[in-house]
Design a protein around this ligand. Sequence first.
Ligand code: PEP
Ligand code: MN
Length: 373
Amino acid sequence: MHNSDKIKLSDSIRMASKPFLIAGPCSVESPAQVMETALALSETNQVDVLRGGVWKPRTRPDSFEGIGEQALPWLIAAGNAINKPVIVEVANAKHVDAALKHGIHQLWVGARTTVNPFAVQEIADALKGVEIPVMIKNPINPDLMLWVGAIERFQKAGIDDITAIHRGFSVYNHPKYRNIPNWEIPIGLKEIFEDLPLLCDPSHIVGRRDGIAAVAQKAMDLNFDGLMIESHVNPEQALSDKQQQLTPKDLGLIFSNLRKRKQVVSKDELLQLEIMRDKIAQLDDQIIHAISYRMGLAEEIGDFKRDNDITILQQDHWKKVIAHRLEQSSQVNLSQTFMRCLMDAIHQESIRRQTKVMNPFLETGENQKKSAE
Ligand code: PEP
Ligand code: MN
């Protein structure tokens, strides 16, 4: 048994000198498909765990929903052939029982399950007293606390070998991503659970083969501990997620071309970093003082608007301000998206300050919240 070792999987993922790699098909389709995929993956010498879904949470009811329990021995046989542990997705207590009965080594909870606290609790309860590594994907909606809550439910059930997987967040018709990464959410998770290993699943973020390498690299640059990537011997024939599955060979190439970044820096590197960080801190100071001064001016305008009964928002003026700044963004090498976010944030705060000045006797939501605390 692979999980009989005393060292927890989550600790070994965090401690490993190479990024951890879980690879395998989206779905286990046949004994031959999973065996051939496993053998080809093994040749890359990079894979740590073989993945395969047997219960597939599909969006539409007429899609392939997985083989079910019958496919678990096929996955295990493929793992044994390459001497690697296997991981499967579980979405309810029945899945947990079947996976444990067949001796599956690790379990993951999918995005469509993490979103539902009832389902998460059911799985956590089914695992009480069981020693098995569990990986928890983010919920489909960009709600950090829902992800945190799912992890807490497993911790409370006594599961102490937990790893998180970032697979992006649902979005309607995005030109680039199947699920937008919202990197600030996994970064926020690491702030809450410092020692929790974090993997990235670029396959479900991108949804297409091209672009997987770039997202995998970004995860490395952000100090993720590893990756979960879908791979199929014959992606064109895959019964699920065929646009995003890589051949084992392509996966091996992408993985070995990744630049591995380090956290620890040498004294000399630290010195150079500090010089640059000092410059940035000085600039941040200037920016913050300028914004503070700007908000003071907004309040002066608020006084004037109040005394003359003029509305805070002057639609035409705001339209012109935004158009001008968006046009300026390329000249100053800032993206339009960033410029828009920055101006919106400044404008929101400016409106808030003017509202206060214009309605000194009106109770604002903010004050109510304060007094409720
Ligand atoms: C999967 O890994 O095949 C899967 C269904 O993932 P997610 O839960 O991220 O959609
Ligand atoms: Mn998939």
